[in-house]
Design a protein around this ligand. Structure first.
Ligand SMILES: C[S@@+](CC[C@H](N)C(=O)[O-])C[C@H]1O[C@@H](n2cnc3c(N)ncnc32)[C@H](O)[C@@H]1O
Ligand SMILES: *[C@@H]1O[C@H](CO)[C@@H](O)[C@H](O)[C@H]1NC(C)=O
Length: 122
């Protein structure tokens, strides 16, 4: 994470993916943790906090609607905790298997995966 902040791999926005995000209470908690860490590291390094593009991936059958329904509260909390100037953060769903291509080449800055699965060719 520190390396990312120092080497300036991202500029105005950071695109983050969570592969195998599921649809429970942990899903947005993971996103929240990632945002907190990036936010903190940017402040430590005196650089502007980027906008966040978060790509939530899971299989087609995943209950993305449940995640979407909790987004208003999630966004409101971000504003409350980080201030009006923060972000914003844009969450989108990327359904499909991470064993295949999910997004265009070189479109991600940070990939999180909390399953023990392997993936190729991000
Ligand atoms: C054990 S859960 C982990 C959920 C979440 N990452 C966490 O840490 O709480 C594994 C998730 O990976 C998803 N998954 C499994 N194989 C996948 C694949 N090939 N592509 C995308 N998602 C996959 C499952 O649908 C499931 O939601
Ligand atoms: C995208 O990446 C794949 C795998 O590395 C490669 O085969 C393909 O040519 C790339 N496509 C473009 C448009 O760069």
């Amino acid at each position: 994470m520190k390396g990312i902040a120092n080497y300036g791999v991202f500029k105005d926005y950071i695109t983050v993916a969570d592969l195998g995000c599921s649809s429970g209470t942990n899903t947005l908690l993971v996103v929240s943790n990632i945002i907190d860490i990036v936010h903190e590291v940017c402040q430590e390094n005196n650089r502007e906090v980027p906008q966040f593009h978060v790509c939530l991936n899971d299989l087609f059958r995943n209950d993305f609607n449940t995640i979407f329904k909790s987004l208003p509260d999630f966004y409101a909390n971000l504003k409350k905790n980080k201030g009006e100037a923060f972000g914003p953060c844009f969450v989108s769903a990327v359904p499909g298997s991470f064993y295949g291509r999910l997004l265009p080449n070189k479109s991600l800055h940070l990939v999180h995966c909390a399953t023990s699965n392997q993936w190729l060719d991000l």
